[in-house]
Design a protein around this ligand. Structure first.
Ligand SMILES: Nc1nc2c(c(=O)[nH]1)N[C@H]1C(S)=C(S)[C@@H](COP(=O)(O)OP(=O)(O)OC[C@H]3O[C@@H](n4cnc5c(=O)[nH]c(N)nc54)[C@H](O)[C@@H]3O)O[C@H]1N2
Ligand SMILES: Nc1nc2c(c(=O)[nH]1)N[C@H]1C(S)=C(S)[C@@H](COP(=O)(O)OP(=O)(O)OC[C@H]3O[C@@H](n4cnc5c(=O)[nH]c(N)nc54)[C@H](O)[C@@H]3O)O[C@H]1N2
Ligand code: SF4
Ligand SMILES: [Mo]
Length: 731
């Protein structure tokens, strides 16, 4: 029997509504869904490879446990949970609960019930050590929101914006933020053709930069300089929104003072862009009426990510680019509880330094969560409270943690490493237990989790009142023994006598919009995923049943909330002159940039980029996605290649102060000269012996978590890495 069913692709955060063809209980095809009102038939290469992901020969069909010989053998899931529960219990008994940590990665988003159960289990174990990939991604977003204050009414709409500034992000490929995630390439094309002036700051003429009215192509890592330069011009020329500032912003004088020295000429000399372009970009941006400023992984990886995000917010605030009274609410809640959006700020709150203190580098909890870049040292450093057990969910430290050699040493030192992963990832190969999970189309899905992304930063999540639910479409492969993520934590909790409570709350940092909802879970009669979804949507704006009535997804146009005016008694202001940020900006200005730019040892800067066919390290076992290039090329400008005497396909050695990797070069005339652009998530573990042309290499090897790091989030330099490049001499 063949049928076609609407569902949600959950391979990346865009969560496109797609169609799946099912033949005799197997998915045979996934394509765009023309009847989906938001995505309108869109799908990408990864979504169309969902059948290959589900039936990947490399997929684990049962959990695995480490065997005597250091390899792995299949283990029944119940047995694995028995053993893990006993081992965690024994470690806690001997060393106290803090020795247990969890690291949650990007592949948790497809499973809305997972984080609540994982966190409930951790609370039951009484350990505070909950880490996510967020603090090795763009933690500056939430920390800057804490320092500056977030806007209660939300951001302005892309659909009617006349100017839009994007700093180091590429929504055409990443579909993450900066442009609406429903077919961003098409949305950008439409916006530009209706006259929106797009300004892009990127050392590479990316797929997004190609659409720009102004493309500043600077030296990597100079985003604070450029943003300060734009502020300089806007303040100097009086292009800011006086009325908005008067009502909503404090600290204007402090920031005006700090940006004084960032003249267009200074910015030009330092960032390597024409001074006229800085002037023009500032005038075009401030000259518009509606728009936004968005920073991506580019500036967040290049150190000083918090400062870049902060200056982006200041720029938006000085130009009044936040939703105004009477504007339609861009992200009214649908599967989340209703709230009343107001044209006023949330008050600023502490960005870091509270809660759990880490044992190193003076780091503590932050508005973005505990600093993940410190977790390897929490495992390696002896003494009280040392982390001895790590549970990973939808994540891969060996592919994602900066400083791969340290991550390798740390994972090997653990007394217990458990990971939930559908394949034997480089992390799984080091694990004591690998829990084999069901994949998306074997589980129910819903858009509640991506709706929630709006609390992580401007421009994230859904930009329309849209929702979709999908039932599970197929059973897992016959003979398999698989668990959903939440089932694993439910099983552990049962065995350890932990009562699971789902706690749901929403808001910016400490500002919760509606009272927390607490749902006790029946620990004797195991619920179904659908029953958990029902609990999770109990307070939703639109009843779950109503969302379910629209299998192709629905835009709830009748939710036409408008942003309410400021409360008359509200005195809260956005802070444009936060002292730490002003001090950091002053440090930037004091730097001897000529010396660092001119370091003869490291003439190149390695920068990140996203590959269309992969999401981080996911997809590397899937032949359809790998094509004939199973590695991550080192993209360089053709003239740089010529100078080095190498050509496309040759192998080069890329060395930083902290490590060396090999790279297969590829010409990319869209790059600024002096830049090496390389995606992450490739290569194996440091001791693996494999040809770079077969597996690529891991850029995390070039990073150090202790040499340079953000004092708030602990995030080290992950971009704009000074490197030397030389032809790989045959050994
Ligand atoms: N296909 C695909 N989609 C993904 C992912 C994926 O791996 N593949 N990953 C997902 C994840 S986890 C995330 S966090 C998001 C990320 O989403 P984005 O932040 O949009 O990531 P990129 O597409 O890499 O865009 C970053 C851009 O910054 C530029 N850049 C590099 N260094 C600098 C710099 O120093 N300054 C400036 N101004 N620009 C710089 C790069 O050239 C690149 O064009 O994407 C998500 N979506
Ligand atoms: N050098 C370097 N390091 C980086 C980055 C970079 O650009 N360069 N980017 C950073 C960023 S932005 C992020 S978000 C992090 C990402 O950090 P992580 O999320 O830790 O890394 P991933 O490589 O995405 O690991 C995801 C794992 O999930 C598994 N997986 C795939 N599908 C499923 C599923 O359905 N269920 C489960 N349980 N698992 C699944 C995959 O096999 C893979 O092993 O990396 C960061 N690290
Ligand atoms: S953009 Fe993301 S959600 Fe959409 S089809 Fe591609 S992988 Fe799936
Ligand atoms: Mo990310």
């Amino acid at each position: 029997m063949t049928e076609t069913r609407p569902t949600i692709c959950r391979y990346c955060p865009a969560h496109c509504g797609v169609l799946a063809t099912i033949e005799n209980g197997r998915i045979t095809k996934v394509s765009g869904d023309p009847d989906n009102p938001l995505y309108r038939g869109y799908s990408c290469v990864k979504g169309r490879a969902l059948p290959e992901q589900h039936y990947d020969p490399a997929r684990l069909l049962s959990s695995m446990a480490r065997s005597e010989d250091g390899g792995h053998r299949p283990i029944a899931s119940g047995q694995a949970m028995d053993e893990i529960a006993a081992k965690v219990g024994a470690l806690v008994e001997r060393h106290g609960p803090r020795c247990v940590a969890m690291y949650v990665g990007t592949n948790t988003l497809p499973y809305p019930a997972a984080p609540g159960f994982a966190h409930a289990w951790l609370r039951g174990v009484r350990t505070p050590m909950f880490f996510t990939s967020n603090t090795i991604d763009q933690p500056g977003k939430q920390i800057a929101a804490a320092l500056h204050g977030a806007w209660h009414g939300g951001d302005q709409s892309f659909e009617d914006a006349d100017t839009w500034l994007m700093v180091g992000l590429n929504p055409v490929i990443a579909k993450s933020s900066g442009a609406p995630c429903h077919n961003p390439a098409q949305r950008l094309k439409e916006a530009v053709s209706r006259g929106m002036k797009l300004i892009v700051v990127d050392p590479r003429r990316s797929e997004t930069a190609r659409r720009a009215h102004i493309h500043l192509q600077p030296r990597p890592g100079e985003d604070p300089t450029i943003l300060a330069g734009l502020l300089h011009v806007i303040i100097e020329e009086g292009l800011y929104d006086r009325a908005f500032i008067e009502e909503n912003v404090e600290g204007f004088d402090a920031v005006a003072e700090q940006v004084k020295a960032f003249t267009p000429d200074y910015v030009a000399a330092r960032a390597g862009v024409p001074a006229e372009q800085v002037l023009e970009a500032a005038r075009v941006f401030a000259g518009g009426k509606r728009g936004g400023v968005y920073c991506g992984t580019g500036p967040n990886f290049a150190t000083r990510g918090t400062l870049s995000e902060y200056l982006g917010r200041v720029l938006a605030s000085l130009c009044g680019r936040w939703a105004r009274p009477g504007d339609k609410v861009l992200r009214p809640n649908v599967m989340l509880p209703a709230f009343t959006a107001k044209a006023q700020p949330y008050p600023p709150y502490p960005g870091w330094g509270f809660g759990e203190q880490l044992r190193i580098r003076n780091l503590a909890d932050t508005a973005a969560g505990l600093p993940t870049a410190a977790l390897a040292d929490e495992i390696l450093g002896d003494g009280e409270g040392r982390v001895r057990a790590l549970v990973c969910m939808g994540s891969s430290p060996m592919m994602a943690w900066p400083d791969q050699s340290k991550a390798f040493a740390a994972l090997q030192k653990l007394e217990l490493l458990v990971t939930i992963d559908p394949v034997m990832s480089p992390t799984a190969r080091l694990a004591d237990y690998v829990i084999a999970p069901k994949l998306t189309l074997e589980t129910p899905g819903m858009t509640q989790s991506i709706e929630m992304l709006k609390y992580f930063g401007p421009g994230l999540g859904l930009a329309r009142p849209y929702a979709q639910y999908s039932p599970k479409l197929v059973d897992p492969p016959e003979g398999s023994d698989l668990l959903e993520e939440w089932e694993f934590f439910y099983g552990l909790s049962q065995r350890m006598g932990i009562e699971v409570q789902q706690i749901m709350f929403y808001g910016w940092g400490q500002h919760i919009e509606s009272p927390p909802q607490i749902f006790p879970i029946d620990m004797e009669n195991k619920p179904t995923t659908d029953q958990i979804f029902e609990l999770m949507t109990q307070g939703a704006r639109v009843p779950f049943e109503e969302v379910k009535r629209h299998p192709h997804g629905h835009i709830f146009e009748d939710i036409d909330d408008v942003v309410q005016p400021r409360d008359p008694e509200c005195e809260i202001k956005l802070d444009a002159g936060e002292p730490h940020m002003m001090a950091e900006l002053s440090d930037v200005r004091a730097e001897n940039f000529e010396a660092s730019h001119g370091d003869p040892r490291y003439r190149f800067r390695l920068i990140p980029r996203r590959a269309d066919a992969f999401v981080n390290s996911s997809g590397r076992t899937i032949k359809k996605l790998l094509g004939n290039r199973p590695y991550n090329p080192a993209f360089m400008h053709p003239e740089d290649l010529q100078d080095l005497g190498v050509g496309g396909g040759d192998v080069v050695r890329i060395s930083s102060e902290h490590g060396t990797i090999l790279g297969v070069v590829e010409e990319d005339a869209d790059l600024r000269r002096g830049v090496v652009s390389m995606t992450h998530g490739f290569g194996g573990n440091p001791t693996d012996e494999a040809d770079v042309r077969e597996i690529g290499s891991n850029t995390g090897m070039l990073m150090s978590v202790e040499a340079e790091y953000d004092p708030a989030s602990g995030m080290p330099r992950m971009g704009a890495i000074p490197v030397a490049v030389e032809p790989d001499s045959p050994s």
